[in-house]
Design a protein around this ligand. Sequence first.
Ligand code: F6R
Length: 366
Amino acid sequence: ERGEYRHYMLKEIHEQPVAVADTLEGRLLDGQILTGIFGPQAVQLLKQTEAVQFVACGSSYHASMVAKYWIEALARIPVSVEIASEYRYRDPVVPKNTLLVTVSQSGETADTLAALRMAKSLGYLAELAICNVPESSLVRESALCLMTRAGPEIGVASTKAFVTQLTALLLLALELGRQHGLDATRYRDGVTQLEHLPQAVADALKLDPEIRVLAERFASKHHALFLGRGRQFPIAMEGALKLKEISYIHAEAYPAGELKHGPLALVDEDMPVIAVAPNDHLLEKLKSNIEEVRARGGQLIVFADKSVSRGITHPQETLLELEPCGELIAPIVFTIPLQLLSYHVAVLKGTDVDQPRNLAKSVTVE
Ligand code: F6R
């Protein structure tokens, strides 16, 4: 039931604090991740893991890309991420003791399932599914699983499914970290950030009225550029995907450091450039990329952590400030305003928000 909400997508965006809390429920205790949440033999298998291969499609692929940054930083294990429709037709080389992780809301995506089935003959250590549907094929066919608990998602565009995937993946990254020598203080800090996540998501939702106003500037645009660095690059990709799929505005995401290698040529007074600027070690680098856009007259819209936002934009540019949050959860928190932006732009354009043209919720054929 949509209840008071005009669209399922808006309802699902607002359900995210609860969806995140549900996904963490019974998985954290006394500042620790409970062992065994990935399945009975998981403790041993995660300890043995020497590499991780992610396979997924669409938004689930973007979530997996964020996980690469987390796992490499926290567990010091090499991670590869690949789109399922590419992976399944390659002849991949699998290093010893590699864990295969599939990520899927539905658990029925044809390419992801085919990739899992193909991978079974390649000698992976085990297969772990991160999935939202317990009775799905993906879960049934994987040795290990960690369920997201987003509840049913009706809107075709992934919102609460994506955010709960990230939540589950941060649990996985911290658990792998714990088993692979992550310093106890950093581990505890990570768990504390996760405990704060439902509140941080709720705080981000409060930007809704400001974003609704901002959306008015987009409705007449044909293109937009999303920029991020590090863990926020996949979030920029997700922001661009949301805008494309529900408002039909052509949007592209770039790692901000790539600007000079081509996309800067697109920037003029007509091009909105959206940058995500959390409080992290790449902020100064991002600021110089923002300056490059400014120098070409691009229309800057910056989502920034309030504690570091001073001077990041000039008066005629747009700054939206998020409450300060921990560096690990920042990619999850910064997703929220980008979802709201695409939602409000789509509403203004009058597109079918919950049922975008040409798309299906679950892609069960190739
Ligand atoms: C985008 C979107 C799709 C899905 C993709 C994978 O908003 O929803 O890109 O993420 O089709 O679907 P699942 O996660 O069910 O495998």
